[in-house]
Ligand binder design. Sequence first.
Ligand SMILES: [Zn+2]
Length: 216
Amino acid sequence: MALVRVPAGALYPVVTRSLIVAVLTGVAFDSAEASAYYCAPMLTSRLPSRIEPYRLAARGESLNGLMALDRFERLAAEIGPQSGDCQVWLDFAIDAQGRREIRGRLEAELQLPCRRCLVPMPQDVASEFLLGLVTSDTLAAELPHTHEPALVESEQLNLLELVEDELILSLPQVVYHDEAHCSVSRDQLSSGEELVSNEPAPASPFEVLRQLKGKP
Ligand SMILES: [Zn+2]
């Protein structure tokens, strides 16, 4: 299969996740550059749909667990129905400037439609993100560009929505089967190929989301 675009942050965990040795607790937030996650070999617990992030940040806690992919309706509208789980790692902290933040990572195997034949094909996606907790749009605008805003209402953060947003942002724009395995050959697609390469892709909801979040 050919992958046209992989988010810059996605390669690192894919390539090295089996090599990363767990780095835990206080040292994890000493450096803004630190990418320290506890990589359990297998996550088994289910994450709740809503969490209280300020409390978790005050305690410097971590939340790791699974979310069922079939709960994400916007994702399904974009790429079709999914099964299985998304693995999520979240570290909560208060940084040196007093900001409440979440460093997170997710991994999932999605079924993405091949752009050529539309038959779903398995595709690993992974994403790392840094979120700043805010209680209003005004405060969100004051966050440095290193942080994506995560809106907290009545002490609660909608984790389901947040993980779905990050999953959608981590989608590759286009995937193809290897030509040998695709049910539509290049010959059959001689006119369609041009359509794929020359015409701009139709605007998609997650492209809008990507721009709103300031991701490339
Ligand atoms: Zn195909």
